[in-house]
Structure formats: C-alpha cells, structure tokens
Design a protein around this ligand. Structure first.
Ligand code: ADP
Ligand code: MG
Length: 661
C-alpha cells in the first residue's frame, strides 16, 4: 500500500479535470485566432477571448450554452452580413450551420477589418470555427497590388509618352530643312527622314532598302564614299559637294557624318546630317561678284572718263576740220572714217560710264506697269512671229523713282538678249509686281529690305552655263559672234540698276531658260495734280501737247530725242525713213508736231517730209534737225533747223518757232 502510495508520491500528480480545463482555456485565450465550438444543437460549448474580441460581441452574450442563432441574429442586426432582411439572413446561416460542412470564408466587417473564418465539423458533436484577423495581410496585399497596378499604369503611360515623343521626334526630324539619316556599320540605313523622300523619292518607311549609290548616282557617291568609310572608322567628317535631286535640280550641300560609338567603344553606325547650302553659296557668290564688278567699275569708270575727254577733243577737232574744208577731197577719205570711228568709240565709252554708274540720270516717279507694256509694244515688232511674248503687270499701281528712258532701254536689252537665246521659237514673259523683300534676300543683293517693285524677264531659251553666269555683267563679255554682240548690254543694265538703287539677279541653267529679276525701290505715286498722263506712259509730262511724229534713221538718236519730246508733253510716234513718215502723216489723224532729221536713208529726205506736212496742213508745228552745222543745209521758210545735240529747252523753242501763227 505504502509502496503503492510511495510509488504514486514519486510521480507528479495528474491535474484535476477542472484545473486542466482552466489551463486549456488560458492557453486558448493566449491565441491570436478566435475559436468557438458549438455542439450539435448549435449551442456554444467553448470559445476564447480572441473570439469575443475579434467579433466584438458583448460579454453577456457569450456564455456556455448560448445559442448559435443569438450570435447570428446579433450580427445580422448590426449589418455584419450586409443589407437584407435580418430574419432571412439568420435563417439562411442557421440552415447552413446545420449541415456541419467544412467551410472557409472571408468576411469584411463594417469597421473594415477582414476576418478569415474556417469551420470544421466535429463529427457527431458539432463544429469548431476559427477566426483569423487578416486585415493587415490583406492590406499589405492590396498595397502590393495597387503598387503593381500603378507601376503598370506608369509603364503604360511612359510607353505611350515614348511613342508620342518618338512621333514628335519624327515630326521634328521631318520638318527640319535638312536630310537626317542613320546607317549601321554595314552601311545599311536604319533611319531616313522625309528629306530623302522629297529629294530622291526614297521610301523612308523602308530605310534598309535604300541605296545611297542608287539615289545619289555613281559619280556623287564616289565623292561621298571615302568620307563614309572614314566616319565608320571613327572620324567625324564634314564636307561639301553637289548632288542632283530626282527632279534634276543641282544642289550644293554640306554633309556631316558623326560616328555612333557602341557601349564597347566600337563604331556601331553613323549619323548623317545634310544641309542645302545652295542659297548660301549663291549669296556668297553674289556678294563676291558685286565686289568684283564694283572694283571693275572703278577701274573702267576712271578710264572711260579720261577716254571720253580724249574722244571729245578728237571729235571736236575732226568736226571742226570738216567744217572748215567742206570741199576737200581728203574729207571723205580720211576725216570722215576717223570721225565715224571716234563716234563709235564714244558710244562704247558711254556704255562703260553707264556700267561704272557715272551716267547722268533724269529720275522721276515712273509707273512701272505702263512702262513695261510700252517696252513690250516697242519690242514686239523686232521679234520673230513664232516667238511668244507674254506680259503680266498685274493691276496694282507700281511706282518707282527712276530714269524712265534708261529703264526702257534696260528692259529692251533684256528682252533682246532673251530673243537671242530663244532663237525662232520659245516664250518670253515680262512681269512686274509689287514685292516685299526681306533682309535675307536683300543682303546679298546689297539692297535695303522693304517694299519694292520686281520686274522679271523670263525666257525659255538656251540658258547659261556657270561660266557665262559668273561673267555676264562684265563689260565686253559676250558669247555671241563678233558683230552680233558687244557684250555691253548686261554691263549697262547692271550699272544703271545699281545706280538707281536697285538690284539685278539672274537665274539660269543650260537648257532650262533664264529669269532675270530686277528689284527697284518702291516710291510714292506723284501728287494727283501732276496730271493724268503720268499714269499712262510712265513719264512725267508738263502738259498734253498731242502727238509728235519723230523721224530719224538712227534708233539711238530717236530714243534720245523721244525723251525730250515726252518731257515736253508729247505722245511720240516714230518713223525711221522718209517713206514711212509720209505714210504715217497720211494715215494718222491728230499729229501736232513733225520733227525730222534732214538726212534720211532712202529716197525721201527730211526736207521733203517737212514740205509734205506743211502743204498737206497735216502737222501743226514742223521742225527739222541735223547732225551737221546749220550753214551747210538749204533752209526752208518758217521751218527751224536744230543742230544735234540739243537740249529740251532748245527743242521747245524751235517748236514754238516752227508753229505757224
Ligand atoms: P551681248 O548681248 O552683246 O552678248 P550682253 O551683256 O547683253 O552682251 O550679254 C552677255 C552675255 O550674256 C551674252 O553674250 C549671253 O551669253 C549671255 N546672256 C545674256 N542674256 C541671256 C539670256 N537671256 N539667255 C542666255 N544667255 C544670255
Ligand atoms: Mg545683249
């Protein structure tokens, strides 16, 4: 017994059931998870503190034998199961509990906490339910999920921003006035901007198919290739050359090649940037040419001035000699040819003086449109019928301050050059327009920016090669056969336009015709009381004195005298022979003045024309003129004889004298 007792006393005594129960309950209460056990009648048999805490039940509700339904009802009423009829919600849950099936759900409580609820049946006895607060876990998961979504959204935004910026980049690349490309080290293009399509019709959507050799042509490619090879060897290159667009236009360009180094330092490819420098080159050439012509002008100007003086002495003395000995047989043999040659020399010198801008100008407000139309009318007669002459002067009033006669002469020169370039057929267009010239265009032309009148003479003729273009304004430069061209035309035009404050520019290429552009500074129209005729002819006029018939076989002389007549207020009709003059006299009503040279080529001389005018009573005033001294010629009664050259005033006085009273 003792043994038994002593042996019992040696082992630890087993705890009493109550003590065990309390220990167990204490252990359960230490758990984070909530626990409840309902028996098969759905009455509460066990629970822990976490159960009460997590589900927030009032203490008095939780007791041994408390019905399952009381908890469910309490929950339903406080909205734990969401909206709906509480009785129905309870009935549904109680029915589910009675099945004693394993279940696991997650419930979000109205305060936002999330409970994971797992139910396990205890077969034959009821069921155990475990409650776990997973709020923090879910929140962390949600944060991670949100972050991931945000990241995804950000990546998507970045991608689309990247796409947009790539599109924008392409747009920029396509709109910059340059050719931009990238090719890899095998010289296969990876990128070509729109310039390549515009210039060479390359399909820029498939850069890898583009071949520089093909779109540049063999000879241009041969110039470019060595630079490409050196760039691919790691050298930055910049070089200038000329190429042709698909339309056959020649362009001067500057290309830069910049090697693209990969991460390992080797050359992965090359950026290619090509600028059109045609206009830049042209501007440089224009300025250089202007400077060259200016110094040439200084040189010739001084020389021409001295020569003019020399020739004046030569001509004066030879003329005096001829006057003194009119009957000397040596006169026609020696003196007259010398005089003739000296006069030709004087003509050339006049051209040079004009080129050197040392010509006296008689500037006035001129209506350019009317003047251009006059030139067209004058020149039409000397053009072959097959050659078309188009005139377009718009309808704006274009005024400039200039010597009208010399401008007429200059435009005539340009049209005659165009005619020579066209041959028998083709088209010449004469245009005049108001224009605004900005600083970039004005600078190389040495013009001031602002409003101006632009006159263009365009032809479809032979065009000019570069050499001709570079030299055409130089005095005596001509490509025409001796006797056909003096090479002074363009020089005179250049000097005159420059002296008048304007500019001239020529664009031409062999086989592509020529466009000569003249800019003249715009001027105010004359005051309205200056008389309506000014707008009509482009030449200011004192008064309208009617129609004058001017007869002289020398066109140069006619031109000079026409100016005086216009100044005096006449509209001028011209004839170059006695016969033509008689015809005009007979057929033109309203001639108020006949002004004729005495000596005319042909059978009928000036005296005969004057006589006819007088006897027919056709012209009001009749005046004769002559290059010789007045003493040599028979005088006609009441008809004054003017000695050339004469001034407008002298002409005016002679007209008065020649008007029958
Ligand atoms: P000229 O007409 O006496 O030869 P210019 O000074 O008028 O002298 O012209 C000089 C040269 O310029 C001409 O010989 C010609 O080669 C060239 N030229 C001028 N105008 C034209 C044009 N419209 N088309 C082609 N060539 C031209
Ligand atoms: Mg000419």
């Amino acid at each position: 017994m003792t043994n038994v007792c002593s042996s019992r006393a040696a082992a630890a005594p087993a705890p009493a059931p109550l003590e065990r129960y309390l220990t167990l309950q204490t252990g359960l209460d230490l758990l984070d998870q909530g626990l409840s056990i309902f028996d098969r009648d759905l009455r509460l048999v066990a629970w822990n503190k976490a159960y009460v805490r997590l589900l927030d039940f009032p203490e008095e509700m939780v007791y041994l034998g408390a019905p399952f339904e009381s908890f469910i009802g309490y929950n339903a009423r406080r909205g734990e199961y969401g909206p709906g009829d509480p009785d129905a919600l309870v009935a549904e849950r109680v029915a589910a509990a009675r099945t004693f099936a394993t279940h696991e759900i997650e419930r979000v409580r109205p305060d936002g906490r999330v409970l994971r609820i797992r139910g396990e049946p205890v077969p034959g006895h009821g069921f155990v339910t475990l409650y776990l607060d997973v709020t923090e876990q879910r929140r962390a998961e949600r944060i991670i999920r949100d972050h991931a979504a945000e990241l995804e959204a950000r990546v998507a935004a970045r991608t689309s921003a990247l796409q947009r910026s790539e599109e924008r980049m392409r747009l920029i690349m396509d709109s910059i006035p340059a050719l931009v490309a990238y090719f890899d080290r095998r010289r296969v293009y990876e990128y070509l901007n729109r310039g390549y399509r515009d210039w060479f019709l390359v399909d820029t959507a498939r850069p890898e198919c583009a071949s520089a050799k093909r779109f540049l042509g063999e000879s241009v490619y041969a110039v470019v290739k060595p630079h490409v090879l050196r760039a691919l060897a790691g050298e930055t290159r910049s070089f200038e050359y000329e190429l042709f667009t698909h339309e056959g236009q020649r362009r001067a360009v500057r290309t830069s090649l910049v090697p693209d180094h990969g991460p390992d330092g080797s050359v992965a490819g090359c950026f290619e940037l090509t600028f059109d420098i045609t206009e830049e080159k042209r501007s440089q050439a224009l300025l250089a040419r202007a400077h060259k012509l200016e110094s040439l002008g200084h040189l010739t100007g001084g020389l021409a001035h001295d020569f003019n003086n020399i020739l004046t002495v030569v001509i004066g003395n030879l003329a005096a000699l001829a006057d003194e000995r009119p009957a000397d047989p040596a006169l026609p043999e020696y003196v007259e040819p010398a005089l003739e040659a000296a006069r030709r020399g004087a003509d050339l010198v006049r051209g040079l003086l004009s080129f050197a801008r040392r010509q006296p100008l008689q500037a006035a407000a001129v209506h350019v449109g009317a003047l251009v139309e006059t030139v067209a009318r004058l020149v039409r007669r000397s053009l072959p019928e097959t050659l078309r002459l188009d005139v377009d002067v718009g309808d704006a009033a274009l005024w400039t301050w200039i010597d009208a006669t010399l401008l007429e002469q200059a435009l005539l020169n340009l049209v005659l050059n165009a005619r020579d370039a066209c041959g028998a057929d083709g088209r010449i267009s004469l245009r005049a327009r108001a224009a605004h010239i900005d600083a970039t265009v004005a600078a190389p032309l040495q013009l001031s920016a602002g409003d101006c009148v632009r006159i263009e003479v365009e032809d479809t003729g032979s065009g000019m090669d570069e050499y001709t273009l570079a030299h055409l304004f130089e005095p005596f430069f001509t490509t025409k056969a001796p006797g056909r061209g003096t090479g002074l035309g363009m020089a005179v035009v250049y000097g005159f336009i420059k002296q008048s404050g304007g500019a001239i520019d020529v664009r031409s290429a062999p086989g592509r015709g020529t466009t000569v552009t003249v800019w003249l500074p715009a001027a105010e129209p004359p005051a309205p009381d200056a008389g309506p005729d000014e707008a009509g002819t482009g030449v200011p006029r004192a008064a309208d004195r009617g129609l004058a018939l001017l007869v002289d076989d020398d066109a140069q002389v006619r031109r000079a005298i026409r100016r005086s007549l216009l100044e005096l207020g006449y509209v001028v009709l011209e004839a170059d022979s006695g016969a033509e003059a008689l015809k005009l006299l007979a057929n033109t009503p309203g001639i108020t003045l006949l002004l004729s040279d005495v000596v005319l080529g042909g059978e009928i001389d000036g005296s005969a024309v004057a006589q006819a005018a007088r006897t027919q009573g056709k012209a009001g005033a009749v005046v004769l003129m002559s290059g010789n001294a007045p003493g040599d010629l028979p005088r006609l009664a009441g008809i004054p004889l003017l000695t050339k050259p004469f001034t407008s005033e002298q002409l005016g006085r002679a007209i008065e004298e020649g008007t029958p009273s």
